[in-house]
Design a protein around this ligand. Structure first.
Ligand code: FES
Length: 238
């Protein structure tokens, strides 16, 4: 690298560091964690086609750990970037939707209140494209355990209920040449450590001793929630 380019790079990194500190002091945080990249795949291991994703139901995939479930959602309409805040005032910039129509979003499916999540047996948290009973909003991820609702079209900001924070965002990368989607990191407070503690026994039963904290490697299968869980409490009805 030329000396001039190197100095410009150093100056750029220094200004990013200063900007980050100023944001943190102002109650903002760029809470992004980069995780190993994983391709979203169907049951046959082929890439999920971002152009053919259905809009009525969320798909469930594991990321970044084999046991941490996430929702993949096609909103059916572009999602613009917004500022997202939790109830303590900390905020971050949500980059909007991915895919050919910027309509595809992904979130951790672990509720920000008391960590309800979709298991194979049951899910009280799900997505509804139409209006949900207690929040009155569409494009909503709703947790029927205690009626927390999140706006899937705006970074999973809290619409109603006791959750103190939005669902963490899974950052998606779209590859136009193949229509494939990749998960590349997590934005926001993900609650993975709390999740591992709260569900230790259940996770051992499901994944085996010491297996729930394995990282997803290479690809992760995305399955419609209605097929992933035997009993789904509908977000539109609860
Ligand atoms: S655990 Fe989801 S609202 Fe309480």
């Amino acid at each position: 690298m030329e000396k001039k380019s190197f100095l410009s790079l150093c100056a750029g990194l220094a200004s990013i560091a200063v900007a980050h500190r100023m944001l943190a002091e102002a109650g903002r945080a760029d809470e992004f964690t980069k995780w190993p990249k994983a391709m979203l795949a169907d049951g046959a291991g082929k890439p999920i086609n971002a152009r053919r994703l259905e809009t009525r139901e969320a798909l469930v995939f594991a990321y970044p750990y084999v046991s941490t479930p996430c929702f993949l959602i096609n909103l059916g309409a572009p999602a613009d970037p917004v500022e997202v805040s939790d109830k303590s005032g900390v905020s971050y910039h949500w980059p909007g939707g991915a895919g050919p129509a910027r309509s595809v979003v992904a979130y951790s499916a672990i509720c920000g209140h008391l960590l309800s999540y979709p298991s194979k047996r049951r899910s009280v948290i799900s997505y509804s494209s139409g209006p949900n009973n207690f929040s009155g909003h569409g494009h909503v991820v709703a947790c029927c355990a205690h009626h927390s609702a999140y706006d899937a079209s705006r970074g999973a900001v809290i619409l109603s209920g006791p959750a103190p924070q939005p669902l963490a965002t899974i950052i998606l990368q779209y590859e136009p040449a193949t229509e494939a989607l990749y998960a590349t990191g997590v934005l926001g407070r993900a609650l993975f450590d709390d999740f591992f503690v709260a569900y230790k026994k259940e996770l051992v039963e499901t994944y085996g001793p010491g297996q729930s904290k394995r990282m997803v490697e290479g690809r992760t299968v995305a399955t419609p929630l209605s097929q992933y869980s035997d009993n789904v409490v509908s977000a539109s009805l609860c």
